[in-house]
Design a protein around this ligand. Structure first.
Ligand code: NAP
Length: 308
């Protein structure tokens, strides 16, 4: 199969488009012909190195976490059939979606409805799962609460804003000015230009914070919570940063993979509670360009590789 892989960590130029052996199914998995795979921030972090979410333990190494495609092969009683359209995220610790084929557990992927294209399904898999688990399961946001969601135009945060509005919460978000119109369209109530305004000077007493930007934004976010508030981190590594306060709940969402969570994201899409983000499509052979855009960290919407 054709795949996009690395032989060592480094800049976007270490990405190689070439031939790799087809994946070998282990006990239980289905083999999926991949039609689309999305670019996530984790991909360039793993490519570049220094990411505490993990580094390759062997090379060549195929990047990529979420995908959409058609079941090509099933083994050992998987409850999916050859020819079914499916989408999802590879298992925790498993990568390899930047390829024409993946082998994956049937139980962690979902059937793709006909009203969603492969590009759209790949675009919402990991971001949808992460936002759903963070907002609904981890923060357990309630109607009438106020939440600060950092980096609103990002892949995960733009999903989270829509989910928070669907719950009935008030949403404050941070973004560069070019994204403010986009975020108003997603329902954000207040938008702060973090380039010119320190959010800690204009936000206080919120019920919850969803922190997706990392570094100093993470540390300063504790200040804006009310006593008893909740704060969830996804951009500060595998664990939440140490809290300077003992009167707030600090959370690190555990973004597992399973079919019911993906089906919940589909329900929200079907009910028009959330929308598929604007996607830019690249052929798998143009990964260098896509990674250069993703790692600017000023992306609006999603980048998706069309694999076939
Ligand atoms: N399982 C997990 O734990 C999990 C899953 C998915 C993602 N993540 C992590 O979550 C983070 C976000 O992922 P993503 O895919 O949503 O990223 P993304 O789409 O690349 O996010 C880009 C966004 O970050 C915003 N941003 C950059 N610097 C900022 C700052 N100082 N303050 C506020 N916003 C800032 C940008 O806003 P402007 O362009 O408006 O400036 C842009 O909209 C990444 O660190 C990723 O690794 C973790």
């Amino acid at each position: 199969m054709k795949a996009l892989y690395i032989e060592r960590q480094g800049g976007p130029e270490v990405l190689i488009y070439g031939d790799m052996p087809d994946p070998t199914p282990k006990r239980g998995p289905v083999v999926v012909d991949v039609y689309a795979a999305s670019v996530n921030a984790a991909d360039w972090k793993v490519r570049a190195g220094g990411y505490d979410g993990g580094s390759p333990n062997a090379y060549p190494y195929i990047l990529g976490r979420d995908f959409s495609g058609i079941v090509a092969e099933t083994r050992y009683g998987a409850d999916l059939s050859e020819g079914e359209e499916v989408f999802g995220v590879l298992d925790v610790g498993q990568e390899g979606a930047y390829a024409e084929k993946v082998a994956v557990k049937a139980s962690i992927i979902a059937r793709k409805p006909v009203w969603l294209t492969h590009v759209e399904a790949a675009a919402i898999a990991l971001t949808g799962l992460t936002a759903k688990i963070s907002i609904e399961d981890t923060i357990q946001l309630k109607s009438g609460e106020t939440i600060l969601i950092h980096g609103g135009a990002g892949g995960v945060a733009s999903m989270a804003i829509q989910m928070a509005k669907h719950i009935g919460a008030k949403v404050i978000t941070t973004a560069s000015p070019s994204n403010h119109g986009y975020l108003r369209g997603l329902g954000a109530d207040e938008i702060i230009d973090y380039n010119t305004i320190d959010f800690t000077t204009v936000v206080s007493g919120v019920d919850a914070v969803f922190e997706t930007a990392g570094e100093d934004v993470a540390h300063r976010s504790f200040q804006v919570l009310r006593p008893g508030g909740r704060i969830a981190f996804i951009a500060s590594g595998a664990t939440a940063p140490p809290s300077p306060r003992d009167d707030v709940t600090v959370l690190r969402p555990a973004v597992g993979r399973d079919r019911p969570h993906l089906e919940r994201v589909l329900d929200l899409l079907a009910g028009r509670a959330i929308k598929v983000p604007k996607t830019t499509v690249y052929p798998l052979s143009e990964a260098v360009a896509a990674h250069r855009v993703s790692e600017t960290r000023h992306l609006k919407g999603k980048l998706v590789f069309q694999a076939r």
